[in-house]
Design a protein around this ligand. Sequence first.
Ligand code: M6R
Length: 560
Amino acid sequence: MCGIYGYVGKNDAYQEVLKGLSRLQYRGYDSSGIAYFNDGFKIKKAIGTLDNLPQSVNCTPNIAFGHTRWATNGEVNIDNTHPHISYNKEFVLVHNGIIKNADIIKEDLIKKGISFYSHTDTEVIVNLLACLSGKIENRLEKLYKLLDGSFSLIIGYKSGDIYIMKKFSPLNILKADDGIYISSDVSSLKDGFLYSLNDNDLIMITKNDVIALANTKIDFKMHVNKIKEFSLGRFKNYMLKEIFETPKGIEKTYNYLQKQNVRKIFKHFNEFTLIGCGTAYHSCLIGEEYLIKIPKYKVKCCLASNYRVLKKIKRNHLHIIVSQSGETADCIKVAEQIKNFNGKILLITNEETSTMAQIADYKIITRAGKELAVASTKTYCAQVFVFIYISQLLLNKKFTINIKKFINDLEEYINKINVKSLVNKLKEKDKLILIGKDIDYALLLEASLKIREIDYIYTIPMYSGELKHGTLSLIDKDSVIISLNTSSDKSKLDVVKNEIKSRGGEVIAIDEMVDLSIISERFRPIFAIIPFQLMSYYIALKKGFNPDMPRNLAKSVTVE
Ligand code: M6R
């Protein structure tokens, strides 16, 4: 995870890097730091979000680079915060990725008398580099070979020159009128000429030039990116704003789908594996519910972190990977395995230029609009919409929907949702049970993730019929159980509700708090998840948590 950003040019480099890092903060906000060159590299670091870093320094540097961290190696503290400096102060660097052989290298360096101030693999890199001998170019080439794992690095040398390199972790360089920009994420870069580094590339950036070292061939291509500086408008947080943007996102996704030949993608396939992580996996589960009912097709659903391709992939088998960001490491790893076995991938993503979009054979883009809050909301609904669309096509039915009416109904529905009393009741709870059947169980997995993710409440989603097989033991007069029934059979959960009530527990039926009858059953999952999203949002506020930046999480999980 983490984000790295650098600048060399005529502007105030410290400010440029602060701005750049703010666009990468969705990747992690445990701590951050900036190195700037002013008669040697100076370093500023802070715990928490970028607001805690000094917003200016007492000089106007032309060279700077920084890092926003999501802790993987070593706890969140200043010592572990990047940039890291070598024991002899020769090099300063920031790093994205994970070095697998860091412990072995560290042991070796300690034997040589090097001491360490942090628990990071990054300090191991910078000290290893400092201990290598030869010209800098050769030392960096040796470093590349000695490191096992993934990394993208911005390395500052004591002279003020900067070197960049990467392996299995993205890094980009952009030449603009006012300077050279470096970033781990293309979407954070403005207009200019862009080069996305290949593994093994080695590039030196001086005050005046970009120099390709070793066998690197730089091929700058025009890049136009109107960086959107997002604003909250009338909303207090992005999560709430994004929930309210769901109808627009679905409308745009629908208009996009209408212009694509989606049917053609599926022409040669009748076996599908749906793959994702977290919320995206939950939308796969909903997809499975729709697709499994179509007789001609075989469907299964897998978590990316638990999926391994072990044998030849049949020609009729399509892997459908769902990833909002298109950057999730667990998904990328699976995608690479599928490609190694010559399999075909359809990617459903919200990020058209993401890493996985480059790997996939086919793409469907959800047009939900940029999602900034860590908790996925509108993109989940757009993904579910895409699955409903696909299932209709595979049923050989035309996807007929009065989209204007659909969107109006959804907007009205969201505006009417009132979760106030529920929030007041649930805010003090430290555990919750959610119950439902069939597709509702898949929805509750997502609802439960939202409540755990931003409210820090232990929440168990249960298939309702399973309650009597053990978990009923948890029910007493203090228990509140939330149920969901999106089907038109109103009595579906009656038996289990009575079992709970007989033990003194209270059941709150979400489907009785909202009117799901306004929409056909096929689309109800999209409507039914929204009260849960709003509920988790308001509980977080009540408990004094920031719903946009929950603890220990980041928007894109770019480590396995
Ligand atoms: O970008 P992706 O859709 O691949 O991300 C997958 C999960 O990390 C993500 O959905 C995560 O579970 C969200 N924070 C949930 O709100």
